[in-house]
Design a binder for this molecule. Structure first.
Ligand code: NDP
Length: 481
């Protein structure tokens, strides 16, 4: 077998500062809390010191957003669109810089940040820019001459996002909010604040009116302060079901509008008539993309019993070709685990899988000496009762279960407290439709997986949360209709 020569992307394009402040009212300001370090998970090297926003700082940010709401919501939609188009183009112009920074701070392979995250980030801003002047035609009713009916922005949106797709989740949150005329206070995850701060610079470059976008960094407490602030009208959260519950409780009884995008334990279902090689690619993409740090990851493979052996042999062969290592190397498939905490969680759940009786397998794979790493792993002989079949591992770990009939596949796929996504692999269109009708999942992919587009709504059932992001449905979350 041939060996790849190292092909690292240069990090010179990123102008890393040693410390970063908060972005409030169009200015970078100091935070009142104790600053924290953000590290490169592939090397454990400190990248920068980042300010912590206390509840006083959050209050300043919300006040700035409130003041800016007067200006921003009064602009004609076409004017707001101009800013959003400008931001989208600046993201494209600075895409390489953003992609390198994302890979440094998050640990994801540059191939993914460059070819998936960044194009989707720009696409979200372009897409919602297109809606800004068409809200009266979005199907929510039109405003009459005397100002009755139609849609109105909600006000200040408090947004809390996770570390798995830092810039993409920012785009999912900020683009529709601004298009609809709201202003925002956004808190990025503690381990991945840097691209949000570079985005703040882009807002300045785009001459966005001060206060329309505010970025407050910090840990969970900062997020809680954003959510609890009495002058926030809308809360949007992506992250764990556990924190989602805390947020739902904190918002209950207020008139804040809430959307929650939480965890998942998706089934990727392969029937005996599926094209095996394509299914193998889809399985790999489903669970090893972004180290499995994906809420809609296909973490449970349900394979029809008659093709189990053939499929697993092909899958193991394919896993043997995955390259794990330097996220900035253009040939890397699997990057670093985002944090020591997440690595500990993946290890703990995988060990539990073994002790509960499932069989563990990983390809021969050398892990770098420094940083947080976990090899691509699959478990066979998994029962539905096993922890690894029920809990979100949020890592490169696949649990393999089998089924005999389509009805059994549906039963097993739906046997989870989550309901975010599912995948179906079969040659028969009728079977795809039959399955899609019965799967309790917000997104069902057929003969593909992890396909995203700003025009298609995304969101879950049950403990995966409520509300939809993306597409026309994504506007509703930011409008009083
Ligand atoms: P969290 O849900 O804790 O983090 C998501 C965001 O919420 C972060 O910005 C976090 O801040 C913030 N936050 C934490 N506590 C609060 C609070 N009480 N009020 C408001 N905001 C808060 O996810 P973790 O990073 O802790 O990951 C834990 C697990 O969650 C993972 O192992 C994975 O299983 C799951 N997860 C699921 C995601 C998904 O997309 N479905 C995304 C991320 C994680 P901070 O970063 O400082 O903690």
């Amino acid at each position: 077998m041939f060996e790849y020569a190292p092909a690292p992307e240069s990090r010179d394009i990123v102008d890393l500062r040693s410390s970063y402040g908060l972005f409030i009212n169009g200015e970078f300001v100091e935070g009142s809390g104790t600053s924290f370090k953000t590290v490169n998970p592939a090397t454990e090297e400190t990248l920068a010191e980042v300010a912590t926003a206390t509840s006083d700082d959050v209050d300043r940010a919300v006040q700035a957003a409130r003041k800016a709401f007067g200006v921003w919501s009064a602009l004609p939609g076409a004017e707001r669109a101009k800013y959003l188009f400008r931001i989208a183009r600046l993201i494209q112009e600075r895409a390489r810089e953003l992609a390198v920074l994302e890979s440094l701070d998050n640990g994801k392979p540059i191939r993914e940040s460059r070819d998936v995250d960044l194009p989707l980030v720009a696409a979200h801003f372009f897409y919602y820019a297109g809606w800004a002047d068409k809200l009266q035609y979005a199907g929510f009713g039109r405003r009459t001459a005397d100002g009755q009916g139609g849609t109105r922005p909600l006000g200040v949106a408090g947004q809390v996002i996770p570390w798995n797709f830092p810039l993409l989740m920012l785009a999912w949150k900020i683009a529709p909010a601004l298009a609809c005329g709201n202003t925002v206070v956004l808190k990025p995850a503690e381990t991945t604040p840097l691209t949000a701060l570079l985005f703040a610079e882009i807002c300045r470059q785009a001459d966005l009116p001060p206060g329309v976008v505010n970025i407050v960094t910090g840990a969970g407490e900062t997020g809680a302060a954003v959510v609890a602030h009495p002058d926030v009208n809308k809360v949007a959260f992506t992250g764990s079901t556990e924190v989602g519950r805390i947020i739902a409780r904190s918002v209950a009884g207020t008139n804040k509008k809430l959307t929650l995008e939480l965890g998942g334990k998706a089934a990727n279902i392969v029937f005996d008539d599926a094209a095996i090689d394509q299914a193998v690619e889809g399985i790999v993409n489903g669970i090893f993309f972004n180290q499995g740090h994906v809420c809609c990851a296909g973490s449970r493979l349900l394979v029809q019993e008659s093709i189990q052996e053939e499929l697993l042999a092909a899958l193991k062969r394919r896993l043997g070709t995955l390259r794990l290592g330097d996220p900035l190397d253009k040939n890397t498939d699997i990057g670093a685990i985002n944090s020591a905490e997440q690595l500990a969680k993946i290890r703990q759940l995988s060990d539990l899988g073994e002790s509960e009786g499932a069989e563990r397998w990983s390809p021969a794979c050398e892990l770098p000496g420094k940083g947080f790493w976990f090899p691509p792993t699959l478990f066979t002989g998994v029962a539905q009762s096993h922890s690894i079949a029920r809990e979100e591992i949020f890592g490169p770990v696949l649990s393999v279960l089998t089924f005999r009939t389509p009805a059994e596949a549906v039963e097993k796929a739906n046997n989870t407290p989550y309901g975010l996504s599912a995948g179906v692999w079969t040659e028969k269109g009728s079977r795809i439709l039959w399955m899609a009708d019965r799967l309790r999942a917000g997104v069902v992919w057929a003969n593909t997986f992890n396909k995203f587009d700003p025009a298609s709504p995304f969101g879950g059932y049950k403990e995966s949360g409520y509300g939809r992001e993306g597409g026309l449905a994504g506007l509703e979350a930011y409008l009083d209709v």
